[in-house]
Design a protein around this ligand. Structure first.
Ligand SMILES: Cc1ncc(COP(=O)(O)O)c(C=O)c1O
Length: 359
């Protein structure tokens, strides 16, 4: 029979963090960089109330959210677009800028969705080498050609947990051709506490050739509702509105998101919690000779070259003790696992478990 034939895309499929492994009962998921404390109770409260309105479409341009973001970050609401996760903003960006054959630069171990969306929209994806799992401005610039359209950088990056300093980021923008769009993914910026670091939004809000993305999936604990946003020139944002799906952000996400950013006490608590536990876990990893990133995000990329077992064995043994980490196979990072900082019980369980595995 002659059947309808879909187009074949040469695109790698995203492999998410496992929430289940073999037949382990009640596993502890530390594989997706989700929030340890969950969302603000005020966000949950409005989420629950929203159930009475789900027969109605949500706002088509997320105006309540844009207004709230504009007030919080002192930015122009007309230059904000909200998406179903920051994921959707990467998709819209690639759709808006890439002609087949254009080049998009990502870093060697950069967040994989940047590369996936660029390929989906038929760009040639070019990888810039990293130095010690950190992006390098010099290596990115080496890869620029007259076909380069976009440079993507997550700062700090997932899964490496490293970041470029304020001066490195400014240097990158200065040395890139002005008609190359620099996309700065701020997904984890809230967790950093370093004088050396400035978020993409704070650095580039007045730049017409930078697009900044942010998410509600990490510090705000709303990964399941899918909410993210982008900030760029009015011209770019207007063009994105033209091509976005009509009701791309659901009403529960909008309601909960607005409350989440208002609840500054909860955000502060989540940041302090992360700082406390990232320092504790960092010292444990050091004690067992696991090489890792400095505490700056809500996860650690752990390398097992100097331990008595390799990362595959460590994964199996941790899983047998109910702890599910993230394998780094898709990123081609050898002998490594990524650990997300979890709640107190999960962290204590991990510390005990890794101690008995590596003792
Ligand atoms: C660097 C980075 N950017 C973006 C995202 C995705 O965010 P969202 O849930 O808003 O699509 C993630 C999620 O893991 C991430 O690690």
């Amino acid at each position: 029979m002659n059947l309808p034939k879909p187009i074949k895309f040469e695109v790698e499929r995203y492999i998410g963090g496992l929430s289940q492994f073999k037949k382990i009962e009640n596993p502890i998921k530390l594989s997706a960089n989700e929030s340890a404390l969950g969302p603000s109770p005020k966000a949950i409260e409005v989420f629950e109330k929203e159930k009475n309105r789900i027969s109605k479409y949500p706002e088509s341009e997320s105006n309540s959210m844009r207004e709230a973001l504009s007030q919080k970050f002192k930015i122009d609401s007309k230059r904000i677009i909200c998406g179903s996760g920051s994921d959707q903003i990467f998709d819209l960006t690639c759709r808006l800028f890439i002609n087949p054959g254009d080049e998009v630069i990502v870093t060697e171990f950069g967040f994989i969705m940047h590369k996936i969306y660029a390929s989906l929209h038929k760009a040639r994806v070019i990888f810039a080498k990293e130095k010690n799992f950190k992006a390098s401005v010099e290596e990115i610039l080496k890869k620029v050609s007259d076909k380069t359209k976009i440079v993507f950088i997550a700062n700090p990056n997932n899964p490496t947990g490293t970041f470029l300093s304020k001066s490195e980021m400014l240097d990158l923008r200065k040395k890139l051709r002005s008609n190359i769009l620099l996309v700065v993914d701020d997904a984890y910026f809230e967790f950093i506490n370093s004088d050396n670091f400035t978020s993409g939004l704070d650095l580039f809000k007045d730049f017409a050739n930078v697009l900044i993305t942010r998410t509600f999936s990490k510090i705000y604990g709303l990964a399941g509702l899918r909410l993210g946003w982008g900030y760029s020139s009015k011209e770019i944002i207007d063009s994105m509105y033209q091509i976005k799906p009509p009701f791309n952000v659901n009403r529960a996400a909008l309601a909960a998101g607005v409350e989440a950013i208002k609840d500054t006490e909860w955000t502060k608590k989540a940041i302090e919690y992360n700082t406390l536990w990232s320092e504790k876990i960092f010292s444990v990893l050091k004690k067992y000779n696991i090489k890792t990133n400095e505490p700056a995000v809500n996860f650690f990329l752990m390398n097992f070259d100097e331990t008595k077992i390799n990362s595959d064995d460590a994964f199996e043994k941790l899983a047998a003790d109910k702890l599910i980490l993230r394998k780094m196979t898709q990123y081609k990072i050898l002998n490594s696992l990524r650990l997300t900082i979890g709640n107190k019980e999960a962290n204590e369980h991990f510390i005990k478990s890794i101690g008995s595995i590596l003792k």
